[in-house]
Design a protein around this ligand. Structure first.
Ligand SMILES: Cc1cc2nc3c(=O)[nH]c(=O)nc-3n(C[C@H](O)[C@H](O)[C@H](O)COP(=O)(O)OP(=O)(O)OC[C@H]3O[C@@H](n4cnc5c(N)ncnc54)[C@H](O)[C@@H]3O)c2cc1C
Length: 292
């Protein structure tokens, strides 16, 4: 591994100053992506900056407006919070699929997002939950819709000197549910050949008020399948509507063929996973209605 300096600031301001002054700074959260990338020369750095000791990066608050998670919070932290499974099910499920227990103990939500892999499991979950990225630099802070955060494989909109400090997820509406499913060839410890996140809001009349569908590993970035969302909104939920939306989601996918699977196989997975995630959301909304 090429040499670099290492800093472990305890204040956000200090981290932002370091980000602004170093030639090639690299934030490090859990290190499950970046350490290997530095070892193999896929990324270089003159300064590696630890994120986990900064209080803002460790925020975890469920407030009236929604969930505020610091960028360095681990998948295990997300899985352990009592409010997350019911309200933010897609995120809970995605965090529980990443690597192994050991990886989840280290891997941060911010690391998964900033690594910007098309297959990142938390990305579709956060996209369907309408999440925003909280971005800071020594010049100030800005809120970015997660939908605009990814630019390409390994590339985000973060500019020189900027850090992701956290993720904000608004409180989901009543009569809503979310879920995330992926397909991997093994039982665990593999990355998605395709992944689908889904959020549905259904009125008591059965009309779909809002639908959000997001896809992983079938385009250069995680993407929303807006054409499938439009196929659902304003219509009465039914098996036929779900089938039509699953078909529409396929048309949003732009997969490549690689060692993990062909483009055709990935499209087929998008159809199946979209159908299953939509069905799961409907079941959850119906179960919530019965319980209340
Ligand atoms: C064995 C194994 C299995 C895995 N399985 C999966 C899987 O199933 N699904 C999946 O999605 N991923 C998987 N991964 C990839 C990885 O674990 C995740 O992407 C993880 O969430 C990365 O988080 P981290 O905290 O370790 O990131 P790091 O490695 O610390 O950082 C990742 C990137 O984000 C940048 N970064 C970190 N924090 C910030 C910040 N606050 N602001 C700006 N940039 C920042 C870093 O500079 C780096 O470029 C796996 C990795 C391994 C080694």
């Amino acid at each position: 591994m090429a040499g670099f300096k290492y800093a472990a600031p305890r204040e956000l301001d200090e981290a932002l100053q370091l980000m602004a002054s170093a030639q090639q700074p690299r934030p490090l959260a859990g290190g499950t992506d970046i350490v290997d990338q530095l070892k193999t020369g896929r990324r270089t750095a003159d300064l590696v900056i630890e994120m986990k000791r900064i209080p803002q990066m460790q925020r975890f608050d469920v407030e009236a407006d929604g969930l505020h998670i610091g960028a360095a919070r681990s998948c295990t932290d997300i899985r352990s919070h009592p409010e997350v499974p019911a309200r933010y099910a897609a995120l809970y499920e995605a965090a529980g699929l990443i690597g192994s227990v050991q990886i989840q103990n280290r891997a941060a939500l911010g690391g998964n997002i900033c690594n910007a892999a098309p297959s990142a499991d938390t990305a579709p979950a956060l996209l369907v939950l309408d999440a925003r990225a909280v971005v800071a630099s020594s010049k100030g802070a800005r809120l970015v819709e997660l939908d605009r955060f990814f630019k390409g494989p390994g590339q985000t909109i973060l500019e020189k000197g900027e850090l992701l400090t956290g993720i904000f997820v608004p409180t989901p509406a009543a009569r809503s549910a979310s879920t995330y499913l992926r397909f991997i060839p093994r039982n665990e410890m593999d990355i998605a050949i395709a992944g689908v996140g889904c959020y549905l809001e259904i009125e008591s009349s059965g009309l779909v008020k809002r639908a959000r569908i997001a896809l992983a590993a079938v385009a250069p970035t995680p993407i929303r399948a807006r054409i499938a969302e439009l196929a659902l909104e304003g219509r009465e939920i039914s098996d036929a509507l779900i089938e039509a939306a699953a078909e529409a989601a396929v048309s949003a996918a732009r997969p490549i063929s690689d060692v993990r699977g062909s483009a055709e196989y990935r499209k087929d997975l998008v159809r199946v996973l979209t159908r299953r995630t939509l069905q799961a959301c409907v079941q959850r909304i119906n179960a919530g209605e019965r319980a209340s």
